[in-house]
Design a binder for this molecule. Sequence first.
Ligand code: PEP
Length: 269
Amino acid sequence: MTKTKIKKSIPRRPFVAGNWKMHRTASDTKILIEDIVQRVQKVATVDMVVCPPFTSLPAAAETLGRHSILALGAQNMHQTKEGAYTGEISGPMLRELGVRYVILGHSERRQYFSETDASVAVKAEAAVGYHLRPIVCVGETLAQREAGETNQVVETQIRGSLAHFPAAHLDELVIAYEPVWAIGTGKVATPKQANEVHHRIRKLLVTLFGEAGSSIRVIYGGSVKPDNAAELMAEADIDGALVGGASLDARSFFDIIEAARPVRASEND
Ligand code: PEP
C-alpha cells in the first residue's frame, strides 16, 4: 500500500467504522474480530468501531472483552424500547450487549426498507436516549449528482434526519457522507468531490447548531480502500471513514485506520 500521509492539523479525532452489512456468522465474527484487534492494539489516536450483523453482536462483544479499544456498533435500531414490532431490535437490547454506536439511515436502508429522513430523525433522537451514539448517513444518488442536486439533497437529508436531535448530545453524533453511487461500486468520489460536500455539511452543521456544529465528525463512505484512504482523509473536512467491503478484511481495515491516524510532526519532517 502506498502511504501518502499529508500533514494537517486535525481538531477532530479521526473516526473509522466498519459496516459489515449482512456478512459473517457469529463464528466467523470471532475470527475476524481477533485479527482486527491484534492489528489495532497500538492505535491510540483514532476512534475505531465495527458494526457486525445483530446476530454476531454477542460473539463480537465476547471476543472484544470489556475494555477494548475497538467499539461495537449496530447497523440499525428501532426507536421504541420494546413492543409488538416483529423482527426489530431496540436500543436497550443493543446496549445490554455492549453496543455503543448505531448506524442510522444507511442508503441501503433508505432504498430497500423505506427509511426516510423523518424515521431517521426519530431514531437518532431515541438512540441518544439509550446512550447509543448515532452515525447518521446521507448521500445523493448518481441521477441527483448528475442533475446538480447534490448539495440540496444532502442539506435536506441532514436537516430532516437531525430535526429532533438534542443539542446536549451533539458531541455523540457522527455524520457519514456516502454518495450512493460510490457504495459497493468501486467508484470512489475524488478527494476534491468528497471534500466539497463535507465542507458544505460542516457549514450547515454550524448554521444549525452554532459552534458545537464544528466539533461533529463528518466521515466519508463509498468504496474506501487502503489505496485511496490516505488521500481522502488528508482533506481538511474529512474526519474519517465508514467502510463497507474493505472492513471485512482485517489487513485492509487496519490500513485504512492507519491512513486516518493523525501524522505526528516528526513523521513528516
Ligand atoms: C457502506 O456500506 O457504508 C460502504 C461505504 O460500503 P463500501 O465501502 O463497500 O462502498
